[in-house]
Design a protein around this ligand. Structure first.
Ligand code: FMN
Length: 236
């Protein structure tokens, strides 16, 4: 791992050697973020890595159910913005790509391939917002996470994937009232999919005293590294 700090421009560069995941234990102690009860969070740019900041936010806010949802924004074929709430389903094996599940027949699926997407995530206890912009990757059923996440769903969550296509005019009201026993929910149907957001830019805002805002960007030009991030503190 390489860390470079440019104090004058309040900027930090971080590179992970090829083959190392951002979830590697070496990063565990990296980026300590202090949470003062009165002043709120205080970020230390010289020790900042957005993945660790996000993990800490998830931990600090875990008793608040809202912290498990984020808003996903996409752009539709007409160029109009579309936003909706989804449930966070963990990070992918790379340790930095948030996962969510959705119905392959839903409108958002048409938009995911068109343009970059952005997740907007607010953590009410630590009062921080992460805006994670990147590309969406829709996993095929052979992907490891596909079966793992399906197995982890409740029966009521699984049965929704057997309903008629979302967004269609509802003709048979009973079709959305069926009990999970009326379908074979042991295996995911074709309507079920897992999506990863491959992050490229993270805008992290902390409403502490003082407020702080750090923008991290991936630098794909650094060939020797799988992931190379630059973080800069900007005016909130
Ligand atoms: C709290 C909450 C959690 C939700 N979680 C999901 C989710 O994980 N996946 C999903 O596809 N839709 C979820 N929805 C429904 C979406 O917000 C949205 O209404 C639906 O997916 C249709 O969106 P679309 O027409 O843009 O595809 C959730 C809604 C709420 C209110």
């Amino acid at each position: 791992m390489i860390v470079g700090v440019d104090q004058r421009h309040r900027c930090i560069s971080l590179g992970l050697s090829k083959g190392r995941s951002a979830s590697a234990t070496t990063l565990h102690t990296f980026s300590r973020i202090a949470l003062d009860q009165e002043k709120g969070l205080s970020l230390d740019l010289s020790n900042y890595f957005w993945v660790n900041a996000l993990r800490q936010a998830l931990k600090r806010n875990r008793r608040e159910a809202f912290s498990r949802y984020f808003q996903l924004a996409t752009v539709d074929a007409s160029g109009n913005p579309r936003a909706r709430t989804v449930v966070y389903r963990g990070l992918d094996d790379d340790g930095q790509s948030p996962l969510f599940i959705t119905d392959t027949r839903s409108n958002k699926m048409h938009n995911l391939h068109l343009q970059p997407v952005e997740a907007c995530w607010y953590f009410p206890i630590s009062r921080e917002q992460f805006r994670i912009a990147g590309r969406a990757e829709v996993f095929t059923p052979v992907h490891r996470q596909h079966a793992i996440i399906w197995r982890g769903l409740s029966d009521t969550a699984r049965v929704q994937f057997f309903w008629p296509a979302p967004g269609n005019v509802l003709i048979d009201v009973d079709s959305t009232q069926e009990s999970p026993n009326s379908h074979d929910i042991s295996m995911p149907p074709e309507s079920f999919c897992v999506v990863a957001i491959r992050p490229e830019r993270i805008d992290h805002l902390c409403l502490g005293n003082p407020q702080q805002r750090i923008v991290s960007e991936i630098n794909n030009a650094l060939e020797r590294f799988d992931y190379a991030w630059t973080a800069v503190e900007v005016t909130p």
